[in-house]
Design a protein around this ligand. Structure first.
Ligand code: NI
Length: 181
């Protein structure tokens, strides 16, 4: 059980593109994935990307059933996604409030494609190939942006829609959430 420090916005590791994973089922890769799960669980995250713990490899994890940070969100299957590729299946986007473990206490209104196809590999190198919508699609786009060195504030269209969670809750712009990040 190793809980890593989650790097915060401003760290160079979060700003650079990540390299593809070349071989699967190695002790190093399995350890990285385990550290990511331990860290995400400790922080109650919905997802985590390897660069957030300082490893610039194309590995993301996501998924949850009942997450206190996302009380109204539908379930997303627990997934390890390696070397991912995303294709939007329509040009439709919607705006929802997002948070990120690398920006504790902040929320922003972010446009994302509502309907995407994504593919990549699981921890054993097996193909993952899915067509998804809504919150699942949003989580995948957020996590995969980390692999390109992009954090959600860079996607916000109106910076008036970015701020501290507590302030946004007090002014009823977002629903209150039982968390303290
Ligand atoms: Ni994030």
């Amino acid at each position: 059980m190793t809980i890593k420090t989650v790097l915060r916005m401003g760290s160079p590791s979060l700003q650079q593109p990540s390299k593809k994973v070349g071989s699967f089922n190695t002790p190093e890769l399995n350890q990285l994935i385990q550290d990511m799960w331990d860290t995400m669980q400790a922080e109650n995250g919905a997802g985590l990307a390897a660069p957030q713990i300082g490893v610039n490899l194309q590995v993301v994890i996501f998924g949850f059933k009942d997450n206190p940070r996302y009380v109204d969100a539908p379930e997303v299957p627990t997934t390890v996604l390696i070397n991912p590729e995303i294709n939007p299946l329509s040009s439709t986007m919607d705006h929802q409030w997002e948070g990120c473990l690398s920006l504790p206490g902040m929320r922003g209104l972010v446009p994302r494609y509502t309907h995407i196809h994504y593919r990549g590999f699981d921890a054993h190198g097996q193909l993952i190939d899915r067509e998804v919508e809504g919150f699942h699609a949003r989580v995948v786009q957020h996590e995969c942006d980390h692999l390109d060195g992009i954090l959600y504030p860079q996607r916000i269209q109106d910076m008036a829609e970015f701020g501290f969670r507590e302030e946004l809750e007090m002014s009823d712009r977002i629903q209150s959430q039982p968390c303290d990040d």
